[in-house]
Ligand binder design. Sequence first.
Ligand SMILES: Nc1ncnc2c1ncn2[C@@H]1O[C@H](COP(=O)(O)OP(=O)(O)OP(=O)(O)O)[C@@H](O)[C@H]1O
Length: 361
Amino acid sequence: MNAAVEARGVTKVFGEGPDAVIALDDVSVEIRQNEFFTLLGPSGCGKTTLLRLIAGFEHPSRGSILLNGQDISGLPPFKRPVNTVFQNYALFPHMTVAGNIGFGLEMLGKPKDEVARTVDEMLRLVRMEQLKNRQTSQISGGQQQRVALARALAPRPEVLLLDEPLSALDLKLRKEMQIELKRLQHETGITFVFVTHDQEEALTMSDRVAVMSSGRILQVGSPREIYDHPSERFVANFIGDTNLMEAEIISISEGTARLRLPSGTETDADMPEGMGEARRVTVVVRPEHARLATGDGEAALTGTLENVVYFGTDTHYHVRLAEGDLFTVRAQNMRGRDEGHEPGSPIGIHLAERSVQVLKD
Ligand SMILES: Nc1ncnc2c1ncn2[C@@H]1O[C@H](COP(=O)(O)OP(=O)(O)OP(=O)(O)O)[C@@H](O)[C@H]1O
């Protein structure tokens, strides 16, 4: 099956000469049919530019954009089976909810009864039947968001582009809308391409995530792959908390590296492809993949407990390793269990099997 959307070697340069900005730098990615795909990265990394290229509001300086295997680089936005939900919703304030949802369909010259039917269907889909005749200036931010979604879905695009659509909502509403968006994507079967700089949003909603930095895609994978197996330092740091250490490779066999950690402990880790003959590497360990050691024999790392931070659901232990680095261990809090570790005391850290991840850079 063809990819729903494909970028092939796409570069986008804004401006010329010394003022030129390389917004996208040789980006290639395939977004599958019926997928909730997220472009995640910090401000200015090129997420919106990639979205605008798919929509047709911008054109690539090099490379091409394909939809269902067809090169659409020459098609204007309104000829593409793609619709966009913008951050600011861009609703018509003096029109009713129904009027807003049906507007695009009327512009396309659809018959009145078809428009009315689709509007009702969309109102049901976003659960806004009760507010059909209300002006959009008289509904809440969350409700406006639903109307914007209904309007974008009404022409049944093959691909829906969403540019930080939840950023204007407060935290509680944002969480509700995250679940709602996932449901809408599932029920409509439309491919969603979602842009955010919020890593939690990306992890909770997406089938797959592309992590972007400085106009490049660094890694594409399921939320679990990206979180558990970050391939580069930037990805490891951008998503979740992480512990970084230098390690030495003793041997490599069938994709598994035998590593020596700074403490002298040896452990196995998956070796990323294309690493060549590296001998010294940087490794990461997620704080929840480690725990405080209960006996001498199981400590992979040793150090001194610097401080203990209680977060309600879990507790973070900051340990100064014998080699000088700070290492964080996260433990889930259990009812009735108080670890009772005092800052200043010597402590060992146990690492779960395969919890050490080798980075490419
Ligand atoms: N029309 C333009 N003219 C010149 N530079 C632009 C233009 N549009 C974007 N850029 C630049 O291209 C780079 C990527 O911008 P883009 O808006 O794609 O980033 P982003 O990841 O979406 O950021 P944000 O999360 O802040 O929206 C930035 O350096 C930006 O300043």
